[in-house]
Design a protein around this ligand. Structure first.
Ligand code: ZN
Length: 152
């Protein structure tokens, strides 16, 4: 067993396709690569412990997993591509909460319950709409002389 070989995959001697090196059977055609699963496992442990960089590897992998976190700034990317992104807003959640109560009011409960639900839902819904359209949008896009809807 060659511990220095960093590869986790091996070409099967029978089918020639790549298969995990430390599984006793070839994944493609079942060719017996190791005398038993125990021998394969022992060989894998010896191989893994030979290098700390192999600690995250599994017998079932074809390569050592690398956990690379890709952080993408979508706002910057959109700006680069000339795409106008709407400003982030929490108000749609408020509007949805109001819509939830309004739809609960559509269930045939007794009249008093339905009216109460409708009033609660209507108030939350209106607060959301006013906050989003009249307060936040005006703050984000102060009206200019043309008064147009073009946000550039
Ligand atoms: Zn094979």
């Amino acid at each position: 067993m060659d511990v220095s070989n960093p590869s986790l995959a091996v070409e099967c001697p029978r089918c020639g396709l790549l298969t995990p090196r430390f599984l006793d059977l070839c994944r493609n055609d079942g060719y017996k690569l190791w005398p038993s699963s125990y021998v394969a496992s022992a060989a894998f442990k010896a191989w893994r412990d030979a290098d700390p960089a192999r600690a995250a590897a599994s017998r079932y992998d074809m390569e050592i997993p690398h956990h690379v976190e890709l952080v993408i700034d979508y706002d910057a990317k959109a700006h680069e591509l000339g795409i106008h992104m709407p400003p982030p807003s929490k108000w749609p959640f408020v509007i949805c909460a109001g819509a939830l109560f309004l739809s609960l009011a559509a269930i045939p409960f007794s009249a008093a319950v339905r009216i109460t639900l409708a009033v609660i839902g209507g108030v939350i819904f209106l607060v959301g709409v006013v906050g989003w359209v009249l307060v936040e949008d005006v703050k984000m896009f102060p009206a200019d002389e043309t008064g147009g809807e073009v946000h550039s």
